[in-house]
Design a protein around this ligand. Structure first.
Ligand code: HAM
Length: 425
């Protein structure tokens, strides 16, 4: 029996890799002063019917529950966030700076970078209309990727603004109901043969291609770029009007992060969605945010060799040399665990040689050999890396292990975080 197409089993090594990504996401969000929330995996289908746009709706896992309700596995968390904020926003000071890491589900054709479930880090600022909020979430996105050791040679945030195309549609007298289809066609420009896009755009094809190829300054985009420049992040972002985003709810700034070579699908995407609260029946509240999946990012990090996740290893293996000392040994195990150390020990009688081999195989940092000398309060302390052993007293173990622990968990991590020397703006 295999898992369903597009679904993943996470064996311990894979889970360690996933956790390495998630813990860095959390760390970056907290550095920016964001707090974590979550919502239900299952939502009324209507929540997405109203808001997400046809592309996502076509991919929703939906079914009737036993009570006859039409429900959906969440394909994204933004509608849930908006529902939650709408219900309780008075309880919180604005702006809200919230993040979440939901597992989300989309019935897409499974391919490289696209699965039917993924973990998606979402960071959103609600209740703040100033451009600084757009800059802040994009800076957060950039900093999270920098935190993985990726630089401007590895990725870029492409930036646009729905207002740019709205003005274009006005100039060409495109009716409101035709606009979503045109946005979709522009969004797919890179993924589709030119003729297909030309067909979808009709008479607008020539001016659309001209605008994309020649560009045209658009103040909102320039201000965001300038704000990023002021933070020294200019090398990480570029104006690109091909980015419009498939989702229906964006109203202003839109952006997507891609690897520089263009070998992968989007690493992250987001934008401003100032109308969504009101459209879900609430008060109006400006909002801006993004989502970043673990799939494309994981592929990119693996390719660049940027994230080596190792399995958490026990700090201590207790070796029970003779069964008669087992009660003393398990007492020691318990004491060490009470002090917060992770400890492994043999669950059944085994030759000491086998136990030492296991200690090495599971990557324990230290081993404590317990034999009859424990009666005098002495055990063998071995540093596994150097294989050096010595006899120590039971009282000395705690402080010895504490001292060994003082080393950083991610040595060298901070060395990859140097700011670029020069930034425009
Ligand atoms: P989205 O562009 O649909 O945006 O998804 C965000 C990111 O999730 C993508 O850039 C990609 O990394 C990842 N992703 C999406 N679909 C898949 C898939 N099938 N397999 C693997 N990864 C995937 C949203 O969902 C918005 N709700 C984000 C947002 C938050 N906008 C404002 N706030």
């Amino acid at each position: 029996m295999q898992p369903l197409p597009g679904f993943r089993d996470f064996y311990p090594e894979e889970l360690a890799f996933r956790e390495a990504i998630l813990s860095r996401w959390r760390g970056t969000a907290r550095r920016y002063g964001f707090v974590e929330y979550d919502g239900p995996v299952l939502e009324p289908l209507d929540l997405y019917r109203k808001k997400s746009g046809s592309e996502i709706l076509d991919q929703v896992y939906q079914f009737s529950d036993r009570g006859g309700r039409l429900v959906a596995m969440r394909p994204e968390i933004t509608p849930t966030l908006v529902r939650m904020v709408r219900a309780r926003h008075r309880d919180y000071r604005k702006p809200l700076k919230w993040f979440s890491i939901p597992q989300v589900y989309r019935y897409e054709r499974a391919q490289r970078g696209r699965l039917r479930e993924h973990f998606q880090w979402n960071c959103d600022i609600l209740g703040e209309e100033s451009r600084e909020a757009d800059i802040e979430v994009i800076a957060l996105l950039i900093d999270s990727l920098r935190g993985f050791g990726l630089g401007p040679e590895d990725f870029v945030v492409r930036l646009s603004d729905r207002g740019f195309w709205a003005r274009f549609f006005e100039r060409h007298q495109v009716r409101e109901e035709e606009r979503y289809g045109l946005f979709q066609a522009i969004d797919k420009i890179e993924r589709q043969p030119r003729e297909k896009t030309e067909e979808a755009l009709g008479p607008l094809a020539a001016p659309v291609f001209r605008l994309i190829e020649e560009g045209e300054p658009w103040e909102p985009v320039e201000r965001v770029l300038a704000g990023l420049g002021a933070r020294g992040l200019a090398p990480f972002a570029e104006q690109d009007y091909r980015v419009v985003r498939g989702l229906a709810y964006y109203t202003g700034t839109v952006f997507e992060a891609f690897d520089r070579q263009g070998a992968f699908r989007a690493i992250a995407g987001g934008g401003r969605y100032d109308d969504l609260l009101e459209r879900l029946g609430g008060e109006s509240m400006p909002a801006v945010g993004f989502g970043m999946g673990d799939v494309v990012l994981g592929e990119l990090l693996r390719e660049k060799g940027k994230l080596e996740a190792t399995l958490p290893q026990p700090e201590i293996s207790v070796i029970i040399s003779e069964e008669e000392v087992r009660p003393a040994a398990v007492r020691l195990v318990q004491l060490l665990r009470d002090q917060g150390f992770s400890v492994d020990y043999p669950l059944h009688a085994a030759k000491p040689k086998k136990q030492w081999e296991r200690a090495e195989a599971i990557g324990a940092r230290h081993a404590l050999g317990v034999d009859v000398r424990v009666i005098e309060g002495m055990v063998e302390f071995r540093e596994m890396a150097s294989r050096k052993s010595r006899l120590i007293s039971l009282e000395a173990i705690g402080s010895l292990l504490q001292a060994a622990r003082a080393e950083p968990e991610f040595p060298g991590e901070s060395t990859t975080l140097g700011l670029p020397r020069e930034g425009k703006g």
